[in-house]
Design a protein around this ligand. Structure first.
Ligand SMILES: Nc1ncnc2c1ncn2[C@@H]1O[C@H](COP(=O)(O)OP(=O)(O)OP(=O)(O)O)[C@@H](O)[C@H]1O
Ligand SMILES: [Mg+2]
Length: 175
């Protein structure tokens, strides 16, 4: 999962977006966040410092009631937030599994409940192995040609195959 996806399982090339600076990464994250629903899983991959936490921070702050600090969950492994909605709130879970060595270590994190009831953002999702839900949007971030630029690749699995067809033009500016 930390390898750039060359093709999603529909056989299509993933959507690629050039992000000129941190604000562009935040803008992409806000567009993805706007479409997030209860039960969604976002797998955030890419090397150290590629912008996974920057993406998660902007994704979360796009929809929380008040601005949130969104610290990196490097040591806590998970941080929780809420998106207000008509029914009350959708829980949002920001996981960082970098320090996990074995997928069994995630048993106490309540990830299955998070996947079912909330919106989950997962840094280092490869640590989950087969526990990573099939239905997910993969967001891969990589260094771009200049120090502050990044290249994002989005690949949809499960329900996200179809949902990426509508999100894609919006994030690449082709709509
Ligand atoms: N276009 C950009 N998008 C995102 N971050 C950027 C960009 N340009 C520069 N940066 C900087 O790169 C760093 C990204 O750090 P961040 O903590 O988000 O990385 P990460 O992928 O979460 O790393 P880790 O694997 O250690 O958790 C920040 O210092 C941010 O300011
Ligand atoms: Mg991080």
């Amino acid at each position: 999962m930390n390898n750039k996806p060359d093709m999603d399982d529909t056989g299509k090339t993933p959507i690629r977006v050039e992000l000129a600076d941190e604000a562009a990464t935040a803008a992409l994250a806000a567009k993805v966040s706007a479409r997030a629903q209860r039960g969604d899983v976002f797998a955030l991959s890419g090397p150290l410092g590629s912008g996974k936490t920057v993406f998660a921070r902007a994704f979360i702050n796009a929809r929380t009631r008040t601005p949130e600090e969104v610290p990196s969950p490097t040591f806590t492994l998970v941080q929780g937030y809420e998106f207000p909605n008509a029914e009350g709130a959708i829980p949002v879970y920001h996981f960082d599994l970098f320090r996990i060595e074995n997928a069994d270590e995630t048993a106490e994190l309540g990830m299955d409940d998070a996947f079912a009831e909330g919106i989950s953002l997962i840094e280092w999702p490869d640590r989950l192995g087969a526990r990573l839900p099939e239905d997910r949007l993969e967001v891969f971030l990589d260094q771009g040609p200049s120090p502050d630029s990044r290249l994002a690749s989005l690949a949809g699995h499960g329900s996200w195959k179809a949902r990426l067809e509508t999100l894609g033009p919006e994030v690449t500016g082709d709509d």
